[in-house]
Design a protein around this ligand. Structure first.
Ligand code: NZQ
Ligand code: ZN
Length: 386
């Protein structure tokens, strides 16, 4: 196992009807900015629950954060923060709203020349407003991590700081019942790939992390398709298991002390930046290709994945790996997400532009060995076409 320091500061309130606890988590004298997206929270009753919970607080609202939050939109919140002397942000929504709130929190106290540099130049965040979150879409883990991804003119860039990690998060599985099938699929697949990127590297004998990761993968494989089936769609136990899996997938726990490979995400971000494909649907296209192209480097973990996650038996390692990749693709198909370029109307001709973008964004040494250079990324993209 590698050395690590682990600290996750987010207090989680999990379960039905927990939104009422929001009021007691935010300091009584705080001036709160309630941040949300396109309005789903007004249709499913979450907004009303939050408003009730904030009845003893002074608050104003900022809405309109779009999926894959845009820098221009987020910067509009700054005037409101100044005008109302906001000192606490409450994000209510999916990963885009929580990520957006994180950038707003950092930009509000940024003292440099241009807040975009937090992303473009990876300038460290020195200060940020505190954040609380009410999660409505289990997927990203953003509710209890310090990561955020922001888009500006086709450039989708991540930043990370412990200062923007939410202080608390409310996870009520009931609020996920209003999600469309597409968003349920996206969430399950995003969480699945988060686990894979902290698991499918090389063996460092981190038994706890490996077995936690395998448990999360198996839970998502078991419960994900059920959340799409008419008979089990409304089952809150299924929703609860998916929701907690998604949080645990990216709250730092399974990634502590193990090598990580975020190449699928970094290449996927370019597909979203250039072609506006949903985040998770880029991952389901890229991950199988990464598994194929990096098969030799990842051999030991691929065999472990085949045996322990999918129960593949037999003597021949090559066959086990083939089977594991095939089953992963089948799972993605069951979750109704694409696995090839052609599924999203892209082809070989789009690869040069994506490679150019990866280069522009400094994504030239990805993977657990930093050896996914632009040539390897090209191979991955070509494999995703075939
Ligand atoms: O905007 P509203 O009206 O709320 O609608 C949203 C949005 O249209 C809707 N939605 C959310 N909760 C709902 C709901 N509709 C009905 N009922 C509910 N309960 O779903 C749509 C998609 O929401 P979004 O927040 O964009 O989805 P997701 O949670 O998948 O977030 C994706 C973003 O997170 C980033 C992605 O890159 C992408 O920008 N990520 C953030 C990460 C992190 N912070 O750690 C890691 C991830 O890998 C990812 O990169
Ligand atoms: Zn993701």
């Amino acid at each position: 196992m590698l050395n690590f320091s682990f600290h996750n500061p987010t207090k989680i309130h999990f379960g039905e009807d927990q939104i009422k606890l929001v009021g007691s988590e935010i300091p009584a004298d705080a001036k709160v900015l309630l941040i949300y997206g396109g309005g789903s929270i007004k249709k499913n009753g979450v907004y009303d629950q939050v408003v009730t919970a904030l009845s003893d607080h002074t608050w104003v609202e900022f809405s309109g954060i779009e999926p894959n939050p845009r820098y221009e939109t987020l910067m509009k919140a700054q005037a409101l923060i100044k005008e109302h002397q906001i000192d606490y942000l409450l994000a209510v929504g999916g990963g885009s709203v929580v990520d957006g709130a994180k950038f707003i929190a950092a930009a509000a106290l940024y003292e440099g020349e241009d807040a975009w540099n937090i992303l473009a130049k990876q300038e460290p965040v020195e200060k940020a407003l505190p954040i609380g979150a009410v999660l409505t879409l289990p997927a990203t883990g953003s509710e209890s991590n310090g990561n955020s991804v922001v888009t500006r003119e086709g450039n989708k860039l991540p930043f990370s700081s412990p200062l923007v990690c939410p202080q608390f998060a409310v996870l009520d599985p009931k609020v996920t019942l209003s999600l469309s099938d597409r968003q349920i699929s996206n969430g399950v697949v995003d969480a699945f790939v988060h686990v894979m990127e902290q698991y499918l590297t090389y063996n460092v004998n981190a038994k706890v992390q490996d077995r936690f990761a395998e448990g999360l993968l198996q839970t998502l494989i078991e419960e994900g398709p059920k959340a799409l089936r008419t008979e089990t769609k409304e089952d809150l136990t299924i929703r609860a298991n998916i929701m907690w899996s998604a949080t645990m997938a990216l709250n730092g726990l399974i990634g502590a002390g193990v090598p990580q490979d975020w190449s699928t995400h970094m290449i996927g971000h370019e597909l979203t930046g250039s072609f506006n494909i949903d985040h998770a649907r880029t991952l389901s296209i890229i991950l199988p290709a990464v598994m194929k192209v990096k098969r030799d480097d990842k051999r030991e973990k691929l065999v472990q994945y085949a045996e322990r996650v999918w129960g593949v038996t037999g003597e021949d390692e090559e066959q086990k790996i083939d089977k594991a990749i095939e089953l992963t693709e089948e799972f993605f198909k069951d979750m109704k997400v694409p696995t090839r370029f052609s599924d999203v109307e892209l082809n070989h001709q789009h690869i040069p532009n994506l490679i150019e973008k990866l280069e522009q964004h400094g994504m030239v040494a990805l993977g657990e060995h930093n050896d996914i250079n632009l040539d390897v990324s090209k191979k991955i993209l070509e494999t995703a076409c075939s």
